[in-house]
Design a protein around this ligand. Structure first.
Ligand SMILES: [Zn+2]
Ligand SMILES: [Zn+2]
Length: 258
């Protein structure tokens, strides 16, 4: 099981589309697909992959920036698509040839990758996020979450790598031209994590094994890479450059967890 490293990459992250890759040996899992087929194939090629390389798709929730491209991809490849029953209610049965329902309190294994789903507070029907493991290293993924719960803190403790939402800077959101209702939704307990909330979350979990910290799902209007790096590096006591960012257009190149 420990042959190659557990690796990860982002095909892009933000409100215009999300997709994350997790790879171990020959197993490659795509988490979410908020991109069109053309975009997906172009972005996969940029990371040296084709559609044939994908083993399975995991979906976090039904918002368009995560699910937009899932049905087309599922029909084209016939690979299994995993999601909670609540998320599946938003799809027509025929849309996904191989639909697998998961219980967000129960782990599953896809070939060489062990997956622990966990529920998160977000304004979707039954949203969940995932921790991936090869039996040796653990990668925690957390986006689209309004507030950190005790369960989230315990699941993400002692991860070797984290991809974690830094959606907005609270000051920039408050001063933005967004309607008050949208500001309340984003900043609310079922919305998205701010830089400050994520920094606090990091202060409440065991980060002693952390090799990679990747900030994701940054708002293009209400955040900057500099503010994210500054806030998270202060929380961890690391250099700002050590904090990586999964960007909307560029994504993030492959990272190995050693
Ligand atoms: Zn999202
Ligand atoms: Zn969402």
């Amino acid at each position: 099981m420990h042959k190659g490293p557990l690796s990860f990459a982002s095909l892009g992250s933000g409100s215009r589309g999300n997709a994350t890759l997790i790879r171990k040996n020959g197993t490659c899992i795509l988490v979410d697909c908020g991109f069109s087929m053309v975009q997906l194939q172009r972005r996969l090629a940029g990371l040296g992959l084709a559609l044939d390389d994908l083993s399975a798709i995991l979906v976090t929730h039904e918002h368009g920036d995560h699910i937009r491209g899932v049905a087309a991809l599922a029909r084209k490849t016939s690979i299994p698509v995993w999601m909670t029953p609540g998320t599946a209610m938003h799809l027509k049965p025929a849309e996904i040839p191989v639909l697998q329902l998961l219980n967000c309190h129960q782990s599953l294994t896809i070939d060489d990758i062990h997956i622990q789903p966990y529920p998160v507070p977000h304004d979707a029907r039954e949203p969940c996020q995932y921790v991936f493991s090869d039996g040796n290293r653990r990668l925690g993924l957390l986006t689209d979450t309004g507030s950190p719960t005790q369960h989230i803190l315990s699941v993400l403790s002692r991860c070797d790598a984290l991809i974690i939402e830094c959606n907005h800077d609270e000051e920039m959101l408050a001063n933005s031209s967004y309607p008050e209702s949208v500001k309340a939704r984003i900043g609310g307990s079922l919305g998205h994590l701010s830089n400050r909330q994520t920094a606090e979350l990091l202060n409440h979990i065991d980060c002693s094994k952390l090799q990679h910290l990747v900030a994701a799902h940054l708002s293009e209007q209400n955040n900057t890479v500099e503010r994210v790096r500054q806030t998270l590096s202060r929380a961890l006591g690391c250099s700002p450059d050590w904090v990586s960012i999964a960007l909307q257009d560029e994504g993030l190149a492959w990272r190995d967890i050693s």
